[in-house]
Design a binder for this molecule. Sequence first.
Ligand code: PLP
Length: 386
Amino acid sequence: MKHVFPTYNRFPIDLVKGSGTIVTDADGQTYLDFTSGIAVCNLGHCPENVSEAIQLQLANIWHTSNLYECALQDNVAELITAGEEKLVFFCNSGTEANEAALKLARKHTGKEKIITFEKSFHGRTFGSMSATGQAKIHQGFGGLVPGFTYVPYNNIEAFRAEIDENTAAVMLEVIQGEGGVIPANAAWLLEVQMLCKKVGALLIIDEVQTGLGRTGALYGFEQIGLDPDIFTLAKGLGNGLPIGAMVGKSSLSSAFGPGSHGSTFGGNKIALAAAKEILLTMKQAGFLEEVNAKADYFRNLLEEHFETLDNVSAIRGAGFLVGIELESAAEPVVTELRERGLLILTAGPNVLRILPPLTVSYEEMDQAVTLLKSVLESQLIGSEEG
Ligand SMILES: Cc1ncc(COP(=O)(O)O)c(C=O)c1O
């Protein structure tokens, strides 16, 4: 690509068609997509019902601005909040949802200090980047937004030492996705929540990667029984159309009154038509049960085949957010798998990140594990010979 900033190291294929788990490149080569466009296409590529809903909306009206009532926004917000005393702010991406969360937390509490965690990832705009606990993401961009402090994840002593009455909010992922597929310890999370309540800090959960069925629940925090003051969504909410959402307790509403925050495109009708259909699909009886049954099958297969392999040091994650930590570099495995027709990702230098669509079939999971096994075994033999 000659005319685009090289902000990404791109794989040398151009995917031009997708259906379910299968994607096809410009040369007609097909692949099993176990990336879901980085945890986005949770219902697979081009799901028919979502496609129809988008097309119907395209024929009616695309955009009206947020200066007018929008029943569709209210419908989708109601589906997201599911009868709880919560309100939604719509935007276009994960980083924007997190920006909204950070702004709301500061405005509501009147405090500035925000605690986040080492290896976290919250986005690339200045606020979300400042929230991200990774020096490599900050490098070269000058002064960050002041007030952020980073503590080790899953470490209650370090957290207890940092949180105080000046803390506006604590922001975390229940599984650190980009940071290496690192799940939070449930007892640690519950204690973090308790300490937040004690000092009057808001608990913000970034569900951008874990949300929308990815971990086997609609939101990852539900599996731990957390009650966040604010949570954020994006990725799977539009299955590929750009949308983000910041969801906060109704008691925070006075801090986000008219003129306090906004977005021209946020809550646009095309993305919302998709989100409505996606949420209705995920809320259908049995949908998440089936996701969990399939994810258990996949996890068992992975453990059966890989736990004893010499170059695998851990298998982590929940639902269809799976990390396989290797003793060696992950990139060569991803490259060889791509050449053999399976797309997966890395999360850091030595972790394979596997994110199939929630609609993946048992046969596709078997195929993927067979490919993964042959590549991991051949690399193991290669390293022994080397
Ligand atoms: C946990 C988390 N938060 C925020 C973001 C940023 O989302 P976006 O790229 O839509 O701005 C990501 C993206 O990978 C993410 O994984």
